[in-house]
Design a protein around this ligand. Structure first.
Ligand code: URP
Ligand code: ZN
Ligand code: ZN
Ligand code: ZN
Length: 487
């Protein structure tokens, strides 16, 4: 046969186009798009289905210890399987450094965790919590060259946070070697100060988690992060944006031509602070950082998805069970500070946005593809191998039934969390068949590949989005600065 696989008659959408065609796949690559393609060893009839690039899930915590020392409920097996059932073909979880650890050792550790378990392709962002001289000058540059071309830093959490000076050092390293920096932007001191006062006044319930993570903590830190990126002329992605003010801050920076990118998540579209106020400790299931906000914020987040303030829609899957291994690790009735932090969502990220965004007419199908796949592939140096359906790209796509009605229930999901924040919600559209490098990973509600069959993706630095804009502020510009090169 001319092809290993031919998928016939589906309606294909990319970030830019929609057309009906057959897809011919050979050796895991799309080798033909056309009408009435020749025979394949396997044939899939996709008439009536929408064929979309496989999701690139660019923000998920899998088999990772939190800064409190709690292990996520999902390992690379359940995490990647849940991702695949939700229409994803690539995941980019974190290899997280705790202080004192060598980054190189951390990367080895995470390779060991993923290698025999992942069912879809993967690569790692680094989390840098301890930017020593050795790490900045030796380990990090070497790792970037070896294909770990993105990292996340934290402005909050006592065990992870870096100060502004360390942030500047990391940004200039990213700039020099062509890596992409992501930032968790919340003001640590504001949160600590709020928390202390709330706890002293006896306000311990889950709801006060959201109060302590004041919206000003997020907008201040987002603005500060953007200023530091501007000072160093370095591209920066602000992750998990939750408020209207932070959204506007990013919008303004982009309007000034800065290479500032934005990411948001389902929890900021579909949950609010009221979810943290549920009966008993139920609210603990909805505690994540930043926290869900209010209806007006949800509207501004939708606007940001529509008008390209946000390029990336991720789950921030941070899976903790509602028991002593996760959310309630500090006891059955923990004060809000001691609740395991994060919400699950890796399987529902795409179906939720498809239903409420595309089917409800808020975004086009092409915007959906950009937000869930193409933009992340571009920002993190995986495009055009990943993130599109094109000749020469990996055969990574999902066949969606756009009309399938689903009532969400945790029992149908493939993660290891035991609940979902979206329980009972009715949505329309589902990725029924998921194909990664020509392998049918999921079809008819079943997994068809072995753990460990996903491949590690080595990335090349210096691509596209990570290239500095070249807008030097006066103080760092050699031309205005008597020839001094400081970046
Ligand atoms: O609450 C969250 N998001 N927990 C996961 C860690 C992070 O900050 O992304
Ligand atoms: Zn077969
Ligand atoms: Zn974060
Ligand atoms: Zn996260």
């Amino acid at each position: 046969a001319q092809f290993d696989l031919v998928v016939r008659g589906g309606t294909i959408s990319t970030a830019s186009d929609t057309f009906i065609a057959d897809i011919g796949v050979k050796d895991g690559i799309v080798t033909a798009l056309g009408q009435a393609l020749g025979s394949g060893e396997h044939d899939i009839d996709a008439s009536g289905k929408w064929i979309l690039p496989g999701g690139v899930e660019a923000h998920c915590h899998i088999e990772q210890e939190s800064s409190m020392g709690i292990m996520t409920a999902d390992d690379y097996r359940s995490g990647s399987i849940s991702a695949a059932f939700g229409g994803n073909t690539t995941i980019i979880p974190f290899a997280a450094q705790h202080r004192g650890q060598s980054l190189r050792e951390v990367v080895k550790l995470y390779h060991g965790r993923a290698e025999a378990k992942s069912v879809i392709d993967y690569t790692f962002h680094l989390i840098i919590s301890d930017p020593t001289k050795h790490i900045l000058s030796q380990e990090l540059p070497a790792l970037i060259m070896d294909g770990y071309t993105s990292f996340k830093v934290y402005m909050t959490y006592d065990m992870l946070k870096i100060d502004d000076r360390q942030f500047l050092d990391i940004l200039t390293t990213a700039r020099r070697y062509g890596a992409m920096t992501m930032v968790h932007a919340e003001n640590n001191d504001v949160i600590a100060w709020m928390s202390e006062r709330l706890l002293n006044a006896g306000h311990v319930a889950p709801r006060y988690h959201a109060v302590s993570h004041a919206r000003i903590a997020e907008s201040e830190a987002s603005g500060r992060a953007i200023h530091l990126a501007e000072l160093t002329d370095t591209p920066l992605l602000i992750v998990h944006v939750s408020t209207e003010e932070a959204t506007r801050t990013i919008r303004k920076a982009r309007d000034r031509g800065l290479k500032i990118y934005g990411e948001t998540c389902p929890q900021y579209l579909f949950l609010t602070i009221d979810d943290l106020d549920r009966e008993g400790m139920e609210g603990a299931k909805y505690c994540c950082s930043p926290p869900p906000r209010n209806d007006a914020d949800q509207e501004s987040i939708w606007l940001g998805l529509q008008n390209d303030t946000f390029q990336v829609f991720s789950s921030d899957h941070a899976p903790y069970r509602f028991d002593e291994t996760g959310k309630l690790h500090a006891g059955p009735n923990p004060p809000f500070k001691m609740i395991g932090n994060g919400v699950p969502g890796i399987e529902l990220r795409m179906p939720l946005l498809f239903s409420e965004g595309v089917r409800n007419g808020r975004i086009s199908i092409n915007q959906f593809v950009a937000l869930t796949s193409t933009n992340a592939a571009k920002i993190f140096g995986l495009h055009p191998q990943k993130g599109t359906i094109a000749i020469g790209s990996d055969a990574d796509f999902a066949l969606w039934d756009p009309d399938r009605e689903v009532e969400i229930t945790w029992d149908d999901l493939h993660d290891n969390v035991g609940y979902t924040p979206y329980q009972g919600k009715r949505i329309t559209g589902w990725p029924e068949t998921v194909i990664n490098r020509g392998r049918v990973v999921v079809s008819d509600g079943e997994l068809h590949v072995d753990p460990g069959s996903g491949r590690f993706l080595r990335r090349r630095p210096g691509h596209g989005a990570a290239v500095p804009a070249g807008q030097l502020v006066m103080e760092v510009s050699p031309a205005c600065n008597f020839g001094a090169e400081i970046l």
